[in-house]
Design a protein around this ligand. Structure first.
Ligand SMILES: Cc1cc2nc3c(=O)[nH]c(=O)nc-3n(C[C@H](O)[C@H](O)[C@H](O)COP(=O)(O)OP(=O)(O)OC[C@H]3O[C@@H](n4cnc5c(N)ncnc54)[C@H](O)[C@@H]3O)c2cc1C
Length: 563
């Protein structure tokens, strides 16, 4: 087949798109239409541009330094625009991001943090869509299929050892990767009552080693892990819209896509959208699938009235804090000469992840005072807060990387706030509008205050961590926080500096816009396989879940194709 037709067209070559493509290549000819979420780096004075939607301006300095250290090159991250109303960032001009130069190093922007959600989170998903394939037990074979877990003694009922994604812990990655705050932090968290959890699968509660998908000392993006050799790939072209014809019953059926250069690519079997939480609803709406009244108001011909397209946006909203260490000469933080060891850059400078449930008496108070429609999720048995300490001033602009500062992240695992993605205009090159609504429910406010107070207690009041921490460094214009700060003071701080953890999902929710077989309801020949289909938040970093989602999707599609 030529590049004007394919059996299956996958729109979007990000995490799920690459996974899906590889899984099906034995059976079908495919096309991956891919404007590529990559950073391109070259030489010493290189300029990189980021195409992803979600990079917060505040962390570009950290990323630049980290990448520069990792790769031994100078890195300048440019072209980012902060959209204040949404707490989300875009590149200024997504059409412009690919500057092709001779020797390119391609790097996907994703920190590689790896964790599954709690079993209860997936069980809630399976129950909502009434399909056990999306429960924890239903997804487990696909978690295992995707991973190559580093610890051969780990439970084979829970882990895979032959998959493409290499998972490794901080301590196993290199015997020389011994960060100075590792033991003090472990002891402090256990002294405050958190249990050590050696393998956070099924139940994620407790303190566990930080896990990452790195292979042989290098970050492992989806297209490298799965390999897209042999697949027809069109890069640097956006899909403007899906083209519909009619099936035998006169229902709309996706018959191909139109690219930004005007070309039409025909799909003999299916169009599969893997354009992500913002891209997928945008393409659907531009193609006439969305709220009929909103589409008509823009003059877009309605193919199927689906008011839920773009709704249900959620993210792991987070509060980052900065801390000054007492003994910078001991090499506790990035910037000290000790950090010239290559081992220290075999992943994120972090040892532990702490997953906690907010106590039930506290939650009951929240639930009594809240009207949130899905605060029931909080009761389901999952964890509500993830805390971690990073041995560098991540997320805070303007601070020197001189071995003096570290940072912490407190992340809402099961947010109850919901936002929306809508069209800004009928032009596919205009970015969609994002109304994040992050941190807008009482439950979210209460859970993040609880998590922030826990972090303050660990860092400032609990041995041995407190012996290493001189104090919190307040952002400009803000007062320092302490474990005794009032709830209102902590809330005010979070509202001033809180930000997305870049885990947005949910805008094409399963059960509302797509069925549990991932087919878009109301039309034929069209599926969605990406983070947008999650109906509810999952209390882990999304990668592990999305690889499993794409693996299961590939099975569903292959099974149907075999009939
Ligand atoms: C800075 C950052 C750090 C992160 N760190 C972590 C982490 O440490 N751990 C973790 O688990 N998760 C992390 N994530 C989240 C994780 O990367 C995402 O959840 C995941 O990539 C989502 O996968 P996806 O396939 O749904 O979408 P994506 O991977 O975003 O892929 C969507 C693709 O579609 C393309 N596209 C969009 N619109 C169109 C169109 N119209 N035509 C053609 N192509 C289109 C995009 O260019 C992109 O390549 C991070 C995200 C960011 C941004």
């Amino acid at each position: 087949m030529s590049a004007t037709e394919a059996d299956y067209i996958i729109v979007g070559g990000g995490l799920t798109g690459c996974t899906l493509a590889r899984d099906q290549m034995l059976l079908i000819t495919q096309m991956l239409v891919r404007p590529s979420a990559v950073l391109l780096l070259q030489g010493l004075t290189w300029i990189g541009r980021i195409q992803v939607f979600l990079m917060p301006q505040q962390i570009t300095e950290f990323i630049s330094t980290m990448l520069g250290k990792l790769l031994g090159v100078g890195v300048l991250v440019t072209n980012l625009v902060l959209c204040p109303s949404t707490l989300t960032c875009y590149v200024a001009n997504p059409e412009e991001y690919l500057i092709l130069v001779s020797t390119l190093l391609i790097l996907v922007v994703n920190y590689a943090g790896w964790s599954r959600g709690n079993a209860a989170d997936y069980d809630a998903w399976g129950a909502i869509v009434d399909d056990s394939r999306w429960s924890y037990a239903g997804l487990l074979p696909f978690f295992k299929k995707s991973e190559k877990y580093f610890d051969k003694k780990a439970d084979p009922e829970q882990h895979g050892f032959e998959g493409p994604i290499h998972i490794i812990s901080t301590s196993a990655s290199d015997p020389d990767r011994q960060y100075g705050l590792r033991e003090p932090l472990l002891k402090a968290w256990t002294n405050i009552g958190v249990k050590y959890n050696p393998d956070p699968v099924g139940s994620t509660e407790g303190i566990s080693e930080y896990l990452e998908n790195w292979r042989d000392g290098q970050r492992q993006p989806a297209q490298k892990a799965y390999g897209i050799e042999g697949i027809t790939v069109i890069t640097n072209k956006r899909v403007n819209r899906i083209i519909f014809s009619k099936d035998e019953e006169e229902r709309p059926k996706a018959s191909g896509v139109q690219l930004s250069d005007g070309r039409f690519i025909k799909a003999h079997k299916e169009v599969i959208l893997s354009a992500g939480t913002f891209g997928t609803p945008q393409v659907l709406m531009l193609s006439g699938i969305g709220s009929a009244s909103a589409l008509s108001a823009l003059g877009i011909q309605v193919v199927h009235d689906a008011p839920e397209v773009g709704q249900n946006l959620f993210d792991h909203f987070a509060h980052f804090q900065l801390w000054k260490v007492r003994h910078p000469e001991e090499g506790l933080a990035m910037g000290n000469p000790i950090w010239n060891k290559p081992a220290y850059f075999k992943g994120m400078p972090c040892d532990w992840v702490v997953n906690e449930r907010v106590p039930s008496n506290f939650l009951e108070r929240v639930e009594e005072s809240t009207q949130d429609s899905d605060s029931s999720l909080l009761k389901a048995g999952g964890c509500h807060i993830e805390s971690s300490v990073i041995y560098a001033p991540a997320g805070i602009p303007g601070l020197p990387m001189n071995g003096t500062f570290i940072s912490s992240s407190i992340m809402l695992l099961l947010p109850t706030s919901r936002g929306a993605v809508t069209l800004a205009s009928t032009s596919p090159s205009d970015l969609p509008l994002i109304t994040s609504n992050y941190y807008s429910t009482k439950a979210d406010v209460a859970c993040l205050i609880y998590g922030t107070r826990r972090m303050l207690q660990v860092m400032l009041e609990t041995s041995p961590a407190k012996e290493y921490i001189e104090g919190e460094v307040a952002p400009p214009g803000q007062a320092e926080l302490s474990p005794d700060s009032l709830d209102e003071e902590i809330e005010q701080r979070i509202r001033a500096v809180g930000m997305s953890h870049k885990h947005a999902a949910g805008t094409v929710a399963m059960g509302k816009v797509v069925g549990s077989d991932l087919k878009v309801l109301g039309v034929g020949g069209l599926r969605v396989v990406d983070g947008s289909v999650l109906p509810v938040p999952i209390g882990g970093h999304p990668q592990a879940t999305l690889y499993a989602l794409a693996e299961q999707a590939a099975d569903i599609i292959l099974d149907e194709a075999r009939v």
